[in-house]
Structures are given as C-alpha cells and as structure tokens.
Design a protein around this ligand. Structure first.
Ligand SMILES: N[C@@H](CCC(=O)N[C@@H](CS)C(=O)NCC(=O)O)C(=O)O
Length: 235
C-alpha cells in the first residue's frame, strides 16, 4: 500500500519527507495549496481536523501530528533511523520517544507561537512575544546541546535528529519578512554537527530538492525555497 504525504514546501511535512526518503519508504506526495487555504477545507479537515499540514495516509490509517507520523514511519521501517537502532531496542526507543515529545510539544509548539503571533496577541505585543519566544528557543537549543539526547542522538542519525533539524532550519529562516528567531546557530556546535549530518544525507538532499529548497547547508545555513513566498507560507 503506497503511503500518501500531504505537503506544502518547507512546511512541517519536511522532516516527514526526509524520514521517508532516508528509510527508503515509497510514497505519493500530494501537494496542499497552502496559499489558497486548502488545508482548512472540509475535505482536508476530514484527514486532519486541526487543518494543519502534514497528513500521512497509510491505507486506512490517517495520521496527523509530525511527531506521531515520524514515529509511525520508524515503526514501519523497524529502525529509529536509516542506520539507527532497531525499533525493538527498548532502551533506545524510550530515550528517542522522550526527546520526540520534547521536540514536538515544547520546541515545535514554541516556534508555532512565533510564526503565528497574531493568533496570540495584537499590536506592539507581537514584538515582545517574538522576543520572548526567541529567548525560549535559545534555551531549548542550550538544553539539547548540553544533553545531546542523552547520547542516542547523532551517530547514527535517528528520528529526533530529523525532527529537530527541521526546527533548526525554520528558526533561522522564519517568520518570513520579519526578524528570524535565530540569526545563526554558531553557539551550538553539537547541534550544528547534527544538522550537518542530516543535511548531507542523500535522502535529505532528495527531500530538499523535491521541496525546491536549496540543498547546500539546508539545515545549518538555510536559504528559503526557490518559489514565491506566498506559495511557501500561505496563511
Ligand atoms: N503540531 C502540528 C503542527 C503542524 C504545523 O504547524 N503545520 C503548519 C505548516 S508548518 C500549518 O499547517 N500551518 C497552518 C496553520 O497554522 O493555519 C504538527 O506537528 O503536525
């Protein structure tokens, strides 16, 4: 049964596509027109009631939430990464799961507040909120740098590396047209090394190219996708 990924360039589908490519799982990519608000349509909400990208379909199984989708792919591939520990390795799996939750419900969730500030606050408050989030993101990066996923991270690439790498990219690029959350990641050499391992993996390069993302240093020194910004972000 072919997997179906609902996606838009450089959206939360990116780590999912990277994982699909790295695991060598065949999939069909279904473009969601974000600029036209297709992700909020009734048909799309039947797949993800939140109206958010991505969605992954695996036969009758319809999944949303990036972290859950990534977890499903690792389970399907039987590994925590392209050359990572077996999914049945209890110790490695529970350590990876802990970091997947942290990345999903703390780091990714904070990024979303900065990218959609107007949903939280109006007027001048937006600047203060973005500054606060930028501070928090730096603290999250400090934590990841210090704990390095308790050594499950990095060698070899595993699921949290893939998910976190996408956030490293977005924190340096977005909000588009505004002040990105982080100017660069020079302060975090371990994260930089992790991002470099992910961005040079042939599976990740295939994913970047499919999303019109310039593949050179797409995580560590990212550049925007080579398509009009309205097609990337929508609303
Ligand atoms: N927690 C969700 C967040 C996904 C998410 O933020 N998707 C963005 C694209 S990067 C989106 O659909 N944004 C449209 C919106 O918020 O209205 C997940 O991990 O799947």
């Amino acid at each position: 049964m072919t997997l179906k990924l609902h996606w838009s360039p450089d959206s939360a589908n990116l780590p999912v596509r990277i994982a699909l490519e790295m695991f060598g799982l065949p999939f069909e990519a279904i473009r969601v027109n974000r600029a036209a608000g297709e992700h909020r349509s009734e048909a799309y909400r039947e797949k993800n009631p939140q109206g958010l990208i991505p969605v992954l379909e695996d036969g009758d199984l319809v999944l949303f939430e990036t972290g859950a989708i990534l977890w499903h792919l690792a389970e399907k591939a039987g590994r925590l990464g392209p050359k990572g520990p077996n999914f049945s390795d209890h110790e490695a799996r529970t350590a990876a799961l802990k970091w997947m939750f942290y990345i999903s419900n703390t780091v990714h969730a904070d990024l979303r507040i900065a990218f959609y500030t107007d949903r939280y606050i109006g007027g001048d408050g937006i600047h203060a909120l973005r500054e606060g989030i930028a501070r928090r993101i730096s603290e999250h990066f400090d934590l990841v740098e210090a704990y390095v996923y308790n050594r499950v991270i990095g060698h070899p690439i595993i699921l949290p590396d893939i998910y976190f790498s996408a956030l490293v990219r977005w924190a340096q690029l977005y909000p588009a047209g505004g002040q990105p959350l982080l100017a660069n990641i020079d302060r975090w050499p371990t994260i930089q090394a992790m991002g470099a391992r992910v961005e040079t993996h042939p599976g990740a390069v295939r994913a970047f190219l499919a999303e019109k993302i310039p593949p050179e240093q797409a995580i560590t020194v990212p550049r925007p996708p080579e398509i009009p910004p309205s097609e990337v972000l929508g609303t």
